[in-house]
Design a protein around this ligand. Structure first.
Ligand SMILES: CC(C)(COP(=O)(O)OP(=O)(O)OC[C@H]1O[C@@H](n2cnc3c(N)ncnc32)[C@H](O)[C@@H]1OP(=O)(O)O)[C@@H](O)C(=O)NCCC(=O)NCCS
Length: 139
């Protein structure tokens, strides 16, 4: 298995994995999310390849204070092979190289089954509520 930064040619396969993993939502355009991450200087999408085929992804971004991970997903046929763990490690290393000292991620309240995975990798509940508002409402 090989992990590398994705380019635009991986968009269709990456977003298909996100969709299969139930990470997409009607209010987030996955294609636009992918493109925006590749456009930013401090963000990227990393992909895990098995026999030349994309088997998993993680989006990473450094906001100047913390490193963030999004869209961690492994194709159903490749789960349980250590790819998720390897992607998180690669994401952490990518963020460390940006100067980030801490990494954070959000888990939807409806995604209870993933909590055990993150705990296994040393992640703890940050006891924080995330608040959000769309910025383009005023545009
Ligand atoms: C979560 C996900 C990325 C894990 O990927 P994976 O490749 O199957 O995980 P790994 O094989 O690397 O597992 C790493 C470790 O976590 C453990 N683990 C995996 N899923 C687990 C779970 N649901 N609960 C408890 N432990 C779990 C594994 O047993 C393994 O332990 P070990 O390495 O100490 O033996 C994958 O299940 C997935 O794509 N889920 C749907 C998308 C999703 O929910 N993403 C997270 C959004 S916040």
């Amino acid at each position: 298995m090989k992990i590398e930064e994705l380019d635009h040619s991986a968009l269709v396969n990456a977003t298909a994995i996100w969709s299969e993993a139930d990470l997409t939502r009607p209010w987030n355009d996955p294609d636009e999310d992918f493109r925006r991450a590749l456009k930013g200087e401090n963000s990227a999408v990393l992909g895990a390849f098995v026999n030349g085929e994309l088997a998993g992804t993680v989006m990473v971004g450094d906001d100047g204070h913390r490193g963030w991970m999004y869209y961690l997903a492994v194709a159903r046929g490749h789960r349980g092979e250590g790819i998720g763990r390897a992607l998180v490690k690669a994401g952490e290393n990518w963020l460390r190289s940006c100067g980030a000292v801490k990494v954070q991620l959000m888990v939807r309240n409806t995604n209870e089954q993933v909590a055990g995975f993150y705990r296994r990798l040393g992640y703890e509940d940050a006891q924080t509520t995330v608040l959000a508002r769309w910025l383009d409402e005023e545009a």
